[in-house]
Structures are given as structure tokens and as C-alpha cells.
Ligand binder design. Structure first.
Ligand code: FRU
Length: 463
């Protein structure tokens, strides 16, 4: 497509093809690396899935590394995909741990039979040159309670040992996390499970460990949630569970968590499979996939040659009562250009569809309307994202987050992505949108706001 108004200026998206989960996030020798699930040949049926790669020195200006796959599904142990995984910086570079997915041809249910889930290690001195692939774990190595669904390793070092958590589905169709321990990150032994007391979905994908100020949280993507009252009918959810004080994921034994404490990362339409990493300055930074595995709405309208993007990097911090805050990394402010003041009851027109809106003096009822098509509003009890124009929402309708006290509101608009943050990052709502006009119109009521035009950090990224 020659003119593509939906290509973004500060969200990572594939040059062409399909993108899903962020993978292998790390900072090495100052450079940030974001790998991701990638099918360059999408929308071709059965397009192979492996890892793509972006790099940046400042979390703002990115470039695509190489062409095609950074990690290709090119061995028999990943014949159906080099699936999600993580990075662990080591003295000699970095280790990538990921899942090789294999679906055997035949008439199988692919849950209890017909599938292999293989954990694979690749070492790299620099995130560019990849070493030999080494199989670490196969289905026979996991506890007998598991189905064939075991994937998405997150690995870290603590207390002189290496630890791994894996997402899994057990034979009772309950989601859980497996924990494993190793002395060297190569030979692993099972070290117990992490579950909830009550069943909480049939499968947990993409487990992650967040550790801040001597507390830990398990980030997880439970599947099978559609009937829960807060689930908006969506099978797949993404959120976190706090561990009791003093508990750690890197321990041997079975840990039981309280599903009642589950909090969603993001209350919008498009958010799944986030991954965190600790950067060289010690910040915990999380990036999510701005897409969903199964959704009743469109994310590549009009035959777009690419599908999905990642969220901006969000710095994660702990709040006072066991919750986590997500704040867009301050580096993004380097993209701020011309500044405008938007008074309540007025409208503003910007030449491009990129803006950073920071609202203050908020009072209910508040409404920020983008292009007369998407409203971010607060009525004193709920923060809402509401599409009034279905050609722009492409099937997205309304999302709500409980909010009886609003202090601040920040809205990042980037061509076809919108991320909303409220109350210092306590609430996030993300959505894709597909506006048809060239200019962005902003109308505000119930607040005053500073609005910055945003630069294009991706210029040159996809050449
Ligand atoms: C989550 C997920 C992971 C898997 C990957 C495959 O979106 O299903 O569990 O590793 O995507 O692309």
C-alpha cells in the first residue's frame, strides 16, 4: 500500500506481515532489543511463525534488525513455530529461552495428543549472531499432570540458582504455572506449581515475574474466561496476581494464589501477552501486544499488508496496596513537538494523527473526543472508551474501567493506536482505531489539557 495513514510513529509494528507477543526483551550494552512473534508471510495460510527483531538506543527511535526471522522455526522441534520466550543477559551476551511448537499431522485433539512443546535455548553474544539451538525440555520432562500445552518460558537468576516458569494446561483443563530450577540454566528440574485455589481458566499463557521492592507478582494470560462478569465475553485475559508478602516465584514447592486478587493490566480492547524486563538502570519495563488471539473486531481493515502492533514501553511501579502502576517511559516525551493548550469546551485540529494529551483540572462529566469517532469519558464512576463510528472502531464498541476518583488523564494517539492512562498509571485502556481523515480533531469538555504534536520515531525504521 503506497499511502498508509495507519502506519505508526511511536508504536512498533511489522514492516509487513503479522506480529503478536513481545519476546526476548532486554537491554544489552546500552541497546534495547525487542523481539516479537512474527509471521512475515501473513496473510498466506500456514505462514511460518518465528521471531522478528527491533533495536533502539533510546526506546524511541527503532530500527528493524535484518530481514525476515531473527529466530526461524527451522528445526524439527519447532516445525509449527518458534513460539514465545524471554531473554536473560549473561556475561557472554544473552540467552534466549523459547518454546518450539510442533503439531503432528493426523486426527488429534492437540491438547492431550498430537502436539509437542519443546523448550529451546539459543545463546547470542550480541542479540544478532545466534548460536546453535539446544533442546532443554520435552513433554516427558514436565509433571504428569500436564496436557501437551506447556509454553512461554520466563527465566531469571536469583539466590545463586536459575529459575523458569512455564504456562500450562493440566489434565483437568485448569491453567497453572510450572516452576523449574537449575544450577546452570541448562539442566532443569521440576520445582512445583503455582495455581489458584479455585479454577481460573483452562490455560495460562505467557507467565511473567515482576519483582519490585522485595515484592513479587505473577503476570499471566488466563484463557477460558469469557463467562466471568468482567470479561466482556472475551476468552483471553491478561493481568496479574500478587504473591503474599515474603513469597517468591523462584522457590521449590507448590504455591496457591487467590484468584480474587487478579487485576487486569489493561481495560481496553487490544492488550495481551505482555512481557517485562529490567533495564540497565534497574527499571522494570513492560511491553504488551496490542492485539488479541480471538476477537470479534478487525485489526487489518481494507486489506492492510500488516497486522497488529506493540504498546509503548510502560514503566511498572508498585502502588501502596498491592497493585501495579504503568507509566509510559519518559523517553517518549522526546518526541513531543509543538504544544497547544486545549481549554474545556473547545476543539483543536492537528495536521497529523499523533498527539500526547495530558489533561488536568478534571471534573465529571469529562469527555475527550477524537475525530468525532472515539470518546474517552469519565462520569464520576467509570472511565470509558466508546466508539460512535463503527467504520473507525472496526467492530470495537465500548470498554469501561471502574474509577470513582480521577486525578489525571494521559492519552497517547498514534495513527491507529490509542493508549489511555489514568491516576498515575493505575488504570490503562488501549485500543486500535482506524480513522479515515488526515487531520486529528480533539474536542474536550470537563478538563483543560496540554496537547503536544508527536514526532515520528519510526521514520526510517522500515526502509
Ligand atoms: C500468546 C501465544 C503464546 C504462544 C504464541 C504463539 O499470544 O499464544 O502462548 O507462545 O502466542 O505465537
Amino acid at each position: 500500500m503506497s499511502h498508509d495513514p495507519w502506519r505508526m510513529g511511536f508504536h512498533l509494528m511489522p514492516p509487513t506481515g503479522w506480529l503478536n507477543d513481545p519476546n526476548g526483551l532486554c537491554q544489552l550494552g546500552g541497546t534495547y532489543h525487542v523481539f516479537h512473534q512474527y509471521s512475515p508471510d501473513w496473510p498466506a495460510a500456514g505462514a511460518p511463525r518465528g521471531w522478528g527483531h527491533f533495536a533502539s538506543n533510546d526506546l524511541v527511535r527503532w530500527h528493524v534488525v535484518g530481514e525476515g526471522f531473527a529466530i526461524a522455526p527451522d528445526t524439527p522441534d519447532e516445525a509449527s513455530g518458534a513460539y514465545s520466550g524471554c531473554a536473560v543477559p549473561i556475561e557472554a551476551g544473552v540467552r534466549f529461552y523459547y518454546t518450539g511448537n510442533v503439531k503432528e499431522p493426523g486426527d488429534f485433539d492437540y491438547v492431550r495428543e498430537g502436539r509437542r512443546s519443546v523448550q529451546i535455548l539459543v545463546e547470542s553474544p550480541d542479540c544478532h549472531r545466534m548460536g546453535e539451538k539446544r533442546v532443554l525440555l520435552r513433554n516427558a520432562d514436565y509433571p504428569a499432570l500436564c496436557t501437551r500445552h506447556v509454553r512461554d518460558p520466563k527465566v531469571w537468576r536469583a539466590g545463586g540458582a536459575w529459575w523458569m516458569i512455564l504456562g500450562a494446561r493440566d489434565l483437568d483443563d485448569r491453567g497453572l504455572v510450572l516452576r523449574l530450577r537449575s544450577d546452570d540454566g541448562l539442566a532443569w528440574e521440576n520445582a512445583g506449581t503455582v495455581r489458584t485455589a479455585e479454577p481460573f481458566g483452562f490455560m495460562w499463557e505467557c507467565p511473567d515475574r515482576i519483582a519490585i521492592d522485595a515484592r513479587e507478582w505473577l503476570s499471566l494470560c488466563p484463557q477460558g474466561m469469557a463467562r466471568l462478569p468482567w470479561a466482556n465475553g472475551m476468552r483471553d485475559q491478561s493481568g496479574y496476581l500478587p504473591l503474599p508478602k515474603g513469597e517468591a516465584l523462584g522457590r521449590t514447592g507448590d504455591l496457591v494464589l487467590d484468584a480474587g486478587l487478579f487485576r487486569r493490566w489493561d481495560h481496553g480492547f487490544d492488550f495481551y501477552a505482555p512481557q517485562s524486563f529490567v533495564d540497565e538502570s534497574g527499571r522494570t519495563i513492560m511491553i504488551g501486544w496490542m492485539g488479541m488471539p480471538e476477537a470479534p473486531w478487525e485489526s487489518a481493515p481494507d486489506g492492510l499488508s500488516w497486522c497488529h502492533c506493540l504498546t509503548v514501553p510502560r514503566e511498572v511501579a508498585a502502588d501502596a496496596d498491592g497493585g501495579l502502576l504503568q507509566r509510559p517511559v519518559p523517553e517518549l516525551e522526546r518526541l513531543r513537538g509543538a504544544r497547544h493548550e486545549l481549554a474545556g469546551g473547545t476543539e483543536l485540529f492537528l495536521p497529523e494523527h499523533r498527539a500526547d494529551v495530558a489533561a488536568r483540572r478534571v471534573a465529571a462529566p469529562l469527555e475527550l473526543t477524537l475525530d468525532d469517532a472515539l470518546a474517552v469519558s469519565w462520569d464520576g464512576t467509570e472511565l470509558a472508551l466508546r466508539f460512535s463510528d463503527d467504520t473507525v472502531g472496526c467492530g470495537r464498541t465500548e470498554r469501561l474501567a471502574a474509577c470513582d476518583d480521577l486525578h489525571d488523564l494521559r492519552v497517547l494517539v498514534d495513527s491507529s493506536a490509542v493508549e489511555v492512562f489514568a491516576n498515575d498509571g493505575a488504570i490503562a485502556l488501549s485500543t486500535r482505531w482506524f480513522p479515515r481523515s488526515d487531520a486529528l480533531s480533539l474536542a474536550l469538555a470537563g478538563a483543560a489539557a496540554s496537547v503536544w504534536e508527536m514526532g515520528d520515531g519510526m521514520a526510517g525504521t522500515y526502509e
